[in-house]
Design a protein around this ligand. Structure first.
Ligand SMILES: [Zn+2]
Length: 463
């Protein structure tokens, strides 16, 4: 049995042309399941032929159209025939790119010879925008080598190596970043005062930031470098992710600013920034908004430090330290810590920490060496938490109240972003090492892909 696929093309003038694409043949009566239906290899061949046929037809029509002098309507003489290659998702196609002598009516000196190549104006790149986008998306989702394998296994795509997939991913990242910078540079109208207060109360954008470490390529000055990842959330808007490696981002604040603008934020609107106590993170938000920022210390990071104190205290009490004055009070203080911090009483929490530490110091003096080690650890944990609270006191809030109002108090969702953005593509288990620039670029595409704004934006970029 045979199947022949023919392509019928019809021009706008009604001219019809039929081209035979491929013929598939099978035994008249199949004997195995494997013989039923189209095979991948056949489909790839079909797609490649279809693409070549369609593309060459379009390019030829384009050349014919541009051969006619726009000024006088005369056919411009053919100078020579050249070819150009275009890489597409469905194979590399070689097209004719004729050059024409420019019509005499448009020459200033009659004897001069000027040639034009209309196809060069059409084929502005070596690959189609769609191929570039698909390659960039794969490069952002998986390793460059796997991306190449996936594409080649499914499509008659022009064979590429992982280097070219990397190049395409980087190129698309540069476009995305440039679009963000452009968006950030636009002057936005300042809201009217009443609108501003309404926005502040109802749905102020929340920026959740977190850092992640990526292993650097050998020969780089440091072993690890930091990527800043985050999310901008606002009621009624789809979450917008962003990520950057500060040392190589051209304008780090512009990337965050573009994300905020995307969420309907306008110049002068207040923004809430939740982060882990690294002062660089709220500072980035401040430089992006050039306006009011309400910093909030992430509850999760604070709570972890409280947990450390609680844990050491439990271990210490299990040893039943002797000759201690009122150990119960220290225990009660430890139990109250979490509650005090949750409700925004950070000064009281600091006082409690002071009491716990001095009790632990007494325990060191009054007890056996076994107790001493644990008591010293308790003092260290208390001091740590105390200085963490002190250095972040402007970012401590009444977490209970905020939580009850249904507002986010933690970057745990930002940590999910870190996992999605960084760890899934760049963690240590994958044995991958990155240059800061390479990581930064892949992160731009990954964030766009995960947000679902990649295809939409890429079409705008390609236009
Ligand atoms: Zn002319």
């Amino acid at each position: 049995m045979q199947w022949t696929v023919r392509l019928e093309s019809r021009t706008s003038e009604g001219e019809v042309k039929t081209t035979e694409l491929v013929t598939f043949s099978r035994p008249g009566v199949v004997s195995t399941l494997a013989e039923v239906g189209l095979m991948l290899a056949e489909t790839k061949a079909l797609l490649a032929r279809l693409q070549a046929s369609m593309l060459c037809g379009q390019v030829a029509a384009y050349a014919a159209h541009h051969r006619v002098c726009a000024a006088c309507g005369v056919l411009q003489p053919l100078k020579d025939r050249r070819t150009r290659r275009l890489q597409t998702l469905f194979g590399t196609v070689e097209v004719e790119a004729p050059r024409f002598k420019v019509c005499r009516c448009r020459l200033t000196t009659p004897l001069a010879e000027v040639t034009v190549s209309p196809i060069c104006a059409l084929l502005t790149a070596r690959c189609t925008p769609e191929l570039e986008r698909v390659q960039a998306e794969l490069g952002a989702r998986t390793s460059f080598r796997d991306g190449v394998r996936i594409l080649e296994s499914l499509l008659p795509v022009s064979s590429a190596n992982h280097e070219s997939l990397r190049t395409r991913t980087h190129a698309v990242a540069r476009q995305l970043e440039a679009a963000d910078r452009q968006a950030a540079a636009k002057v936005t109208a300042v809201r009217d005062e009443p609108a501003k207060t309404a926005a502040a109360d109802a749905s102020r954008p929340v920026v959740m930031l977190d850092g992640a470490y990526i292993r650097a390529v050998p020969g780089h000055q440091v072993r690890n470098f930091e990527a800043i990842c985050g999310k901008v959330e606002r009621e009624g808007h789809a979450t917008r992710r962003f990520a950057l490696v500060r040392s190589v981002a051209e304008q780090p604040h512009a990337l965050l600013r573009a994300a905020l603008l995307d969420q309907g934020w306008r110049e002068g609107d207040a923004v809430t920034a939740i982060s882990d106590g690294d002062p660089a993170l709220p500072a980035l938000v401040r430089s992006a908004t050039a306006g009011p920022v309400e910093p909030i210390l992430d509850w999760f990071h604070l709570s972890m430090r409280v947990h450390h104190v609680e844990q050491v205290m439990r271990g210490l009490c299990a040893l039943k330290p002797l000759s201690l004055v009122l150990p119960d009070h220290a225990q009660i203080d430890v139990e109250r810590l979490r509650h005090l911090l949750w409700n925004g009483h950070h000064e009281k929490a600091c006082e409690a920490l002071g009491r716990i530490a001095s009790w632990a110091k007494d325990a060191i003096v009054l007890n056996e060496p076994g107790v001493e080690a644990k008591a010293r650890r308790l003092v260290a944990r208390c001091t740590e938490l105390h200085s963490y609270i002190e250095s972040n006191k402007d970012a401590l809030i009444d977490y209970g109240q905020r939580s009850q109002a249904g507002k986010p108090i933690s970057t745990s969702r930002a940590e999910g972003t870190v996992n999605n953005l960084v760890n899934a593509r760049m963690n240590k288990r994958r044995q991958m090492r990155w240059s800061p620039r390479g990581a930064h670029r892949v992160l731009q595409v990954r964030a766009a892909v995960l947000d679902g704004r990649f295809r939409q934006q890429a079409i705008q970029l390609a236009a």
